[in-house]
Design a protein around this ligand. Sequence first.
Ligand SMILES: Nc1ncnc2c1ncn2[C@@H]1O[C@H](COP(=O)(O)OP(=O)(O)O)[C@@H](O)[C@H]1O
Ligand SMILES: [Mg+2]
Length: 155
Amino acid sequence: MPLQVQTPTPVHTFTQRISATPRGARLARRLARYHLDGWGIPYDSEMSDAVAQVAAELAANAATHGRVAGRDFELRLLLVPDGVRVEVTDTRTERRVPEHPELPGAEAESGRGLVLVAALAAEWGVAERAPGKTVWARLRFDGTPGPAHLSPSGV
Ligand SMILES: Nc1ncnc2c1ncn2[C@@H]1O[C@H](COP(=O)(O)OP(=O)(O)O)[C@@H](O)[C@H]1O
Ligand SMILES: [Mg+2]
């Protein structure tokens, strides 16, 4: 069982059930950008790009590998004081997410999604659900400032 990480109290959250289809995965990407913008993280920022990519990869995985016919997946975005947390929950229990994804060979057309997530996130992991699982990733603002209302004393 992976380590459960405490999530700091979020400043904003957004939760949406989305159909487990390629279209749903694209919707997840757009929703991420849209809600971040509303929270003060503009479309043209590095954080918006990174969160959109992570949301798109996790949603695409939920809609393919994690798909159960007739079930939606859930996208959850949390603005926390030091960054953004993305959570994607699917309902498929028996297929597992590798803990240490590795880059596939140069010829491979798939298998890069989780490597990308791991590269963009400060940390990521999988939490078991009944049924299914939540794949989460936490992206940090680091040197780049977050939304104005989070700094300098907005925490
Ligand atoms: N939500 C998920 N449910 C089940 N298996 C998953 C899920 N996400 C990823 N995986 C497994 O991890 C592998 C690697 O995922 P990824 O790096 O995104 O590559 P790809 O999606 O191109 O196969 C997948 O092929 C799949 O076996
Ligand atoms: Mg993938």
